[in-house]
Design a protein around this ligand. Structure first.
Ligand SMILES: Nc1ncnc2c1ncn2[C@@H]1O[C@H](COP(=O)(O)OP(=O)(O)O)[C@@H](O)[C@H]1O
Ligand SMILES: [Mg+2]
Length: 353
């Protein structure tokens, strides 16, 4: 039997998606096949302290993982370690890392950068691709150049919004009718996303989004259904079937994503085969344009007139019990442990950048 690989799962982190990372990591830890992998679990607290933990998936899910036996330990950037530096203990070599760190200080390229310095292959995309994909404006500019259709947008620096929110609202009103969507440029899980239906809510929304990031995006409202695709691969990525979300609230907010159980997912999406093919092809185009590796979930609006509008992509998509990425993959090619095997194989593949 082949020798087992040492896999590090890294979760938590200094991010407003910390809680979601715990939910995702609990699933990742439970699907990894113990006949193939020795699994080492590294938790990062909300204030950035690293621990190697013996927590069970339930303890990770509940956020109470520090109750379990946990030692100070972290991924060392020193390639002499090539793995986990255990404070006061023996270092552990790591063959592949599974950083499931959503949002800031992880998905934004930080995790990929650390693992690159450390010389450890990892299942998520490259540092550059992750950083560009996290920034919704850079994504828009690159995808626009590739001819991918998106909502009209305007960008503002938060510092200038604080000085002159009225000027920003004037510029938005000159271009778009209400409602207008306002969002932080580099957030996720709908944190700071506001639907604004008049001048007063627009100004309040801009200031709210500005609290979350140094750049803010205003977008024209797209009246369509939300359709998502899971993409997997390196140089020859493949797209899953399309999934569709019917949010329980006015839009797919943080609460409707994670708090109430009434948002509905339809797999496959209720769209024609033609539209589905268009969505899946565009998802692959986005994946390639953003130079993604391994995995990404690509999100769209599909309008009643058949227009397919790219919204955003996530390079470390949710792996929670209700998350689209694993559900779409399960419908299309591989579920549970097999999905983890596939992502690990891609991390170690010859065509990985
Ligand atoms: N331009 C838009 N038109 C209509 N709905 C939007 C628009 N932008 C965002 N939304 C709604 O807000 C949700 C969150 O926005 P999104 O851009 O996906 O940010 P996040 O990265 O936080 O998920 C979307 O799933 C959708 O429900
Ligand atoms: Mg989204």
């Amino acid at each position: 039997m082949a020798e087992k690989l040492n896999v590090a799962v890294i979760f938590g982190g200094v991010s407003n998606e910390h809680e979601i990372s715990c939910l995702s990591a609990a699933n990742v830890v439970s699907i990894l096949d113990r006949d193939k992998y020795n699994v080492y679990v590294l938790g990062i607290t909300r204030d950035g302290k690293w621990f190697l933990t013996d927590a069970t998936p339930d303890q990770i899910r509940s956020g109470k993982w520090l109750d379990a036996d946990s030692r100070n330990a972290f991924i060392s950037p020193d390639r002499g370690v090539r793995g986990i530096y255990v404070v006061g203990g023996k270092n552990i070599k790591i063959d592949v890392a599974f950083p499931i760190l959503h949002g800031k200080n992880g998905e934004d390229g930080a995790a990929a950068a650390l693992l690159k310095l450390a010389g450890i292959p990892q299942v998520t995309t490259t540092m550059t691709s992750a950083a560009c994909s996290m920034d919704k404006v850079i994504t828009k500019i690159l995808c626009e150049r590739a001819g991918i259709i998106q909502a009209g947008w305007e960008m503002f620096y938060s510092s200038s919004l604080l000085k002159n929110v009225g000027g920003a609202a004037d510029r938005i009103e000159a271009r778009f009718d209400y409602p207008v969507f306002v969002k932080p440029v580099s957030a996720g899980s709908s944190v700071g996303v506001v639907k604004c239906s008049n001048r007063a809510t627009l100004e309040a929304g801009l200031l709210e989004a500005a609290r979350h990031d140094f750049k803010v995006l205003a977008e024209e409202f797209i009246d369509g259904s939300e359709v998502e695709v899971a993409v997997i691969g390196n140089s020859e990525p493949t797209a899953s079937v399309c999934g569709q979300i019917a949010p329980s609230q006015e839009f797919y907010s943080y609460d409707s994503k994670y708090k109430d159980e009434s948002s509905k997912l339809y797999i496959p999406a209720k769209i024609s085969d033609d539209i589905s093919a268009k969505v899946r092809n565009t998802a692959i185009e986005v994946f390639k344009t953003m130079e993604c590796q391994g995995m990404a979930r690509v999100d769209f609006f599909v309008c009643a007139d058949g227009r397919v509008i790219f919204n955003e992509l996530n390079t470390i998509p949710g792996f929670t019990d209700i998350s689209m990425y694993p559900k779409l993959m399960a419908h299309s090619c591989c579920a549970g442990g097999e999905l983890a095997d596939r992502l690990i194989a891609l991390a170690l593949a010859e065509d990985r950048i």
